[in-house]
Design a protein around this ligand. Structure first.
Ligand code: DHB
Ligand code: FE
Length: 285
């Protein structure tokens, strides 16, 4: 049977991708940030999964205001990197897992979540920066990826509670896939940041660290936080953090009454561009 063994959480700041691509990771501004991911790259090598289920948000790259799916699952065989701003990153094409993705779509839709099925999609920094942070600069990504896009850009956005419940449904879907696959689920985006308006540059270390504490120890309570609290305390783009609750909702303490996950790694750094960077690796008990 397929099983989720770990979850990974990380910010996706596009300037991090540009620093990697332009060989600036050893500059004094960036060095402390990349040091925080050294453990993670080794951990990925030691614990390479068969598939990554990668929860991320598109930034008007694949979806414009013409069409705004709340939750979209990628069922394609591959996904081409694209981006706004710096342009497409020079990173490998992302290979999908159409069979598992189609199975998860079937199961999760039958569990009453209305997913949009996406058979063709370019993927932006929301997906490629987390892959670069965790995997470095390989010729090919180490395993197939199922991209799962969440609308956190254009209101109305889904609640933390709905995201947490969706994570539970994804866990159930994975458990009913009849193949021996080791799967990681990633929640990406965040932490506190606001990119426009009078509060541009807002970073809230206290909020971010309390979020990390609660995500580990009491995600069911964290799921009740209303979206307006994210916007007020973590900035307009801080709402990206609800995506972390999808990954956390898929862990085995939530679904199978297992013990709390092991915190394999925790890292927090301010700033990267306009954003606070947070990162966790949780292993199922
Ligand atoms: C920045 C952060 C983001 O999450 C994003 O999507 C774009 C820019 C930033 O901090 O510059
Ligand atoms: Fe973003």
């Amino acid at each position: 049977m397929a099983r989720i063994t770990a979850s990974v959480y990380t910010s996706h700041v596009p300037a991090i991708g540009a620093a990697i691509d332009m060989d600036k990771t050893h500059e004094s501004y960036w060095q402390p940030l990349f040091k925080g991911y050294e453990f993670s790259k080794q951990w990925m090598k030691n614990n390479t999964p068969d598939v990554i289920f990668l929860v991320f948000n598109d930034h008007a790259t694949a979806f414009s205001l013409d069409m705004i799916p709340t939750f979209a699952i990628g069922t394609a065989a591959q996904y081409t990197p694209a981006d706004e701003g710096w342009g497409p990153r020079p990173v490998p094409v992302v290979q999908g897992h159409p069979e598992l993705a189609a199975h998860i779509a079937q199961s999760v839709i039958q569990q009453d979540f209305d997913l949009t099925i996406v058979n063709k999609m370019d993927v932006d920094h929301g997906l490629t920066v987390p892959l670069s942070l965790m995997c470095g600069q390989p010729q090919a990504w180490p395993c197939p990826v199922i991209p799962f896009a969440v609308n956190v850009v254009q209101y109305p956005v889904p609640s933390g509670q709905r995201c947490f419940n969706l994570g539970k449904a994804i866990a159930k879907a994975v458990q009913s896939f009849d193949a021996d696959l080791n799967i990681h689920i990633w929640g990406t985006g965040g932490m506190s940041h606001q990119l426009q308006g009078p509060r541009a540059g807002l970073i809230n270390k206290e909020f971010d660290n309390a979020f990390l504490d609660q995500l580990v120890a009491d995600p069911a309570s964290l799921a009740q936080k209303p979206h307006i609290d994210y916007v007020r305390e973590a900035g307009s783009e801080g709402i990206e953090l609800v995506m972390w609750l999808i990954a956390r909702g898929a862990m085995s303490d939530v679904n199978d009454g297992k013990a709390s996950p092991k915190v394999a790694h925790r890292f927090y750094h301010v700033p990267a561009s306009n954003t606070a960077v947070g990162h966790l690796i949780l292993e199922n008990a």
